[in-house]
Ligand binder design. Structure first.
Ligand code: PXP
Length: 244
């Protein structure tokens, strides 16, 4: 089993766009955020193009790709519209996420097991186009097995249950993430993780040896209000490095 030496940090810049959109103008620009992430050593930019375009918009994708050399990880629902956009923009990676219009954020993992027939053509079309496909799933064996059947090279484990667990339940959530990350690696799938990670809860997740990448957004953009995005990303990076 190979264990990745360095844990990558993908920064989700959606909420820079949320603030921009609140006033309908072009400030703050998520492209500038992407450039700062690149400058301070972030490993990738993650952006979720939602059906309702509540944060990232179509033209942001091209502008982000033009403005930085960092790999773009496009989060999207498995819909024909999003597939067409992904094939047109050719991001480094696509993370397929579940999406419900009324949710505040991506509240749970994708039901890869229950939606095999729906997801299979999306995984195949994106993979055929040379895009690295990731499935955002709960850290449970049934979903991981489904990802394997779908031939997804990457899974991203939803860390929401870990992040929201009370102190008593947290060790079990962490064990579940560690066990599933090891099982993914054993089966040739690269495990990533993300959702709800903060300065205070990131280290136990970052210490899971098989994880290759964390994707973190809302907390970093919130911290950026107080200390600047460069400092916030650097601080997160330091915390991750302390446990690897
Ligand atoms: N990874 C995925 C697949 C997500 O959908 C999200 C939330 O958009 C994140 C990571 C980042 O979560 P957060 O904004 O809570 O850090």
């Amino acid at each position: 089993m190979t264990v990745p030496a360095r844990l990558r940090l993908g920064v989700n810049i959606d909420h820079v766009a949320t603030i921009r959109n609140a006033r309908g103008g072009d400030h703050p620009d998520p492209v500038r955020a992407a450039q700062i992430v690149a400058r301070v050593g972030g490993d990738g930019i993650t952006a979720h193009l939602r059906e309702d375009r509540r944060h990232i918009r179509d033209d942001d994708l091209k502008r982000i790709q033009e403005a930085t050399d960092l790999p773009l990880n496009l989060e999207m629902a498995a819909t024909p519209e999003m597939l067409e956009i992904a094939l047109r923009h050719q991001p480094h990676a696509v993370c397929i996420v579940p999406e419900r219009r009324e949710e505040r954020t991506t509240e749970g993992g994708l039901d890869a097991a229950g939606q095999h027939n729906h997801l299979a053509p999306f995984v195949a079309r994106l993979s055929d186009a040379g895009i690295r496909v990731s499935l955002f799933i709960a850290p449970v064996e049934r979903q991981l097995e489904a990802a394997l059947r779908l031939k997804a090279p990457v899974v991203e484990f939803h860390t929401g249950e870990y992040a929201h667990a009370d102190a008593g339940a947290r060790p079990a959530e962490l064990r579940r993430l560690a066990d599933m990350a090891a099982l993914a690696t054993k089966n040739g799938i690269e495990p990533h993780a993300g959702h709800g990670l903060t300065y205070t809860n990131v280290q136990p997740v970052a210490a899971i040896p098989h994880l290759a990448e964390l994707n973190i957004g809302h907390y970093l953009v919130g911290e950026a209000v107080f200390v600047g995005l460069d400092s916030a990303v650097r601080q997160m990076r330091e915390l991750m490095d302390e446990v690897r």
